[in-house]
Design a protein around this ligand. Structure first.
Ligand code: ADP
Ligand code: MG
Length: 457
């Protein structure tokens, strides 16, 4: 069965990923729902488990295996396994003079210690909408080459909004346009890993030489090196050396440079020097666009499967802004539907995705409540959290406290803090007051009803 599952994995993760990460896996055992794979290195075990375990599990299940968990065991001397690039170089330093080969003066591109690129992460496969159009345009511009104008390009945004996708797309495009260019893509975590390894193996000269000889450096999730002092230091020097040579740098992070806690100020200001663009949370139209595109591409893989009207719209409406979650949901739907051989209608969707739908139920924040309540009563937001005690302000404030207590999971002290640092007893008093009024004052009852509905929408 593993052979068959592998075949499907090849289709679902793409050829590059497959060759790098799936092909070397060996299924050791499948007992009590736990599938144990052996992998050649711990780096690989981490990577595969982080990036592919869900997909592997899904396909195992689809192949009728009663698997509920996958585990990866490191077995270093596995014959025939093609280890991925980051581990290709033996970490052990040999003391024998015969082995001490001098580093070649011009390391070639295929020796760059980068992470593999996902072949599906191309510009063609990237759906553009309002929330990401700026980031997309900037990425395109940088990928086009020409004189380096935005340096660095700094892309930031929440999880699953397409940062990595855009970076890979840039790398694909540049490599395609000019295969001679040395494009190095890796995560900040891998940068640190390589750096620490170089320190340990006394290969810092090589390390510096490699990182300073690239034409394009892309570092993904740079927030990872916040607080890691010597890695930051090295990153800073690499960065400066490349900028001085007018080489393109592309960085991503989960937040704006200025907001990365634990990142040195000089690095923050360096990062802000180029073009900083953010990927906004997806909106309904973008989600629907992504779903339609992905559904179309799955159709070849699962011929004969049909979506009932309204299913994609339902998903776009109900599932979170994170595109990865959206994709996962769609993939599960396809796998499930092909298993039971039914059309994908709303019933099947709700049954199959119950957990995801539950997890992405809309969560209201205290801040949203404050905003909506201020609007409703036409008072200023600053008054809502300010000190004024006149009834026309105090009452809406109590309404907001009441809603915060009932619509969020925040505790009374936490709510108090968000209302300009009020004490939890003040919040409790406000909540009680509204509870009383609700029974006697029909205007308040109507207001609450209406506010609750708009906040839940
Ligand atoms: P991030 O790095 O921001 O966490 P990723 O780039 O890894 O997010 O994106 C998560 C998943 O969603 C990937 O499979 C990616 O292909 C997909 N994705 C994100 N944005 C888009 C988009 N606009 N169009 C198509 N696929 C997208
Ligand atoms: Mg990413």
């Amino acid at each position: 069965t593993w052979g068959r599952v592998k075949q499907q994995l090849l289709e679902s993760v793409g050829r590059n990923n497959y060759a790098n990460w799936i092909e070397p896996l060996e299924l050791k055992t499948l007992d009590n729902g736990v599938a144990v794979f052996s992998v050649p290195t711990s780096f690989m075990a981490n990577w595969v488990s982080r990036n592919f375990s869900d997909t592997i599990l899904l396909h195992l299940k689809a192949a009728n295996e009663s698997a509920s968990r996958v585990e990866f065991k490191v077995e270093p001397h596995q014959a025939g396994a093609s280890a991925p690039a980051p581990t290709a170089k033996p970490a052990v330093k040999s003391a024998e003079p015969a082995q001490a080969v001098a580093p070649s003066p011009e390391p070639r591109a295929d020796e760059l210690p980068g992470a593999p690129l996902d072949s599906r992460f191309t510009f063609d496969n990237f759906v553009v909408g309002k929330p990401n159009e700026l980031a997309h345009a900037a990425a395109r511009r940088v990928a086009e080459g020409g004189p380096v104008t935005f340096n660095p390009l700094f892309l930031y945004g929440g999880v699953g909004l397409g940062k990595t996708h855009l970076m890979h797309a840039i790398a694909h495009e540049i490599r395609e346009r000019d295969p001679e260019l040395r494009v190095l893509y890796l995560s900040a975590e891998q940068f640190m890993y390589r750096f620490v390894q170089a320190l340990r193996d006394r290969q810092m000269i090589d390390f510096k030489q490699i990182f300073r000889s690239v034409d394009v450096l892309m570092v993904d999730d740079v927030q990872f090196i916040a607080g890691k002092d010597s890695t930051q230091e090295e990153f800073f020097h690499t960065f400066n050396a490349l900028v001085d040579q007018n080489k393109q740098i592309i960085i991503s992070a989960d937040r704006a440079p200025g907001e990365i806690v634990g990142l040195e100020d000089r690095i923050k200001s360096r990062l802000q020097c180029g073009l900083v663009v953010d990927l906004h949370p997806t909106d309904y139209e973008l989600r629907l666009g992504v779903l339609q595109t992905k559904a179309e591409s799955y159709r070849n893989q699962y011929p004969g499967l049909k979506f009932a009207d309204g299913v994609l719209e339902f998903l776009a409406h109900r599932i979170s802004t994170n595109v990865r979650v959206l994709e996962g949901a769609l993939m599960r739907l396809f796998a499930f539907a092909s298993l039971v051989g039914r059309e994908i209608d709303l019933d099947l969707t709700q049954e199959c995705l119950a957990d995801i739908l539950k997890a992405s139920e809309r969560k209201v924040t205290v801040e949203e409540i404050q905003r909506k309540v201020s609007e409703h009563y036409a008072i200023r937001l600053s008054d809502m959290i300010g000190p004024k005690r006149v009834r026309s302000i105090a009452r809406p404030r109590q309404v907001a406290m009441y809603l915060a207590k009932h619509m969020t999971t925040r505790s009374l002290p936490e709510i108090g803090r968000r209302f300009g640092g009020r004490d939890h007893t003040t919040v409790m008093h406000g909540v009680k007051r509204i509870e009383e009024l609700k029974g006697t004052d029909s205007q308040i009852a109507d207001d609450l009803e209406m506010l609750r509905r708009t906040l839940e929408a």
